[in-house]
Design a protein. Sequence first.
Length: 202
Amino acid sequence: MRMNTMLKYASKTKLQELWPFPEYAGWESIFHHPDWHPEGDHSLKAHITTSMSEARHYLTTRPIIPLVIRPNEIRGNYWYLLMDVVLFHDIGKAATVKLNDKGHNSFIMHEKVGAEIFRDNYAHLYSDDDAEVIEFCIREHTNWWNVKKQGKSAALADHRGFDLLCYLCWCDKIALPNKKDEWHERRAHFRTAHAAHYGEDE
């Protein structure tokens, strides 16, 4: 599916007018290691379009199950931002790509740089609340898979955009079948860490 067609499912129609984003110029020639992103030709373009197709599939055909941590508290419902956050989550990669000593591209700190790019260039398209949630998801989408410390895990799980972050991470790794089980394990990790940190029952 063409990007302009997929952008119809984003929350802001303005994104169609702004496309193509300058931060994704040359994205068809920025390549990932196939072990991390095996989509198509392993390019950034193939990864983003595959992830956005999965996000659209979720929004149009599957019931999204809230990953409620505190069921007695009102948490933000940000599902309408799923296409947006998938689109923006790797926007810092072109600015951070470097060839490592093994001959593969690395993208160190692309999450932090991407969050800054979004804040500087695109946050104004959104409400302050929505913009903060999108920035949170961009900044934390790699940490979601790796963080182990209870306090950090609990803080992520307590954020109002945590559910959106979870489904961003699903779409981000959909091409890796082994990640599906790990995704469910990570959800359980965050639920346990949150309960232990805040002295709650799971």
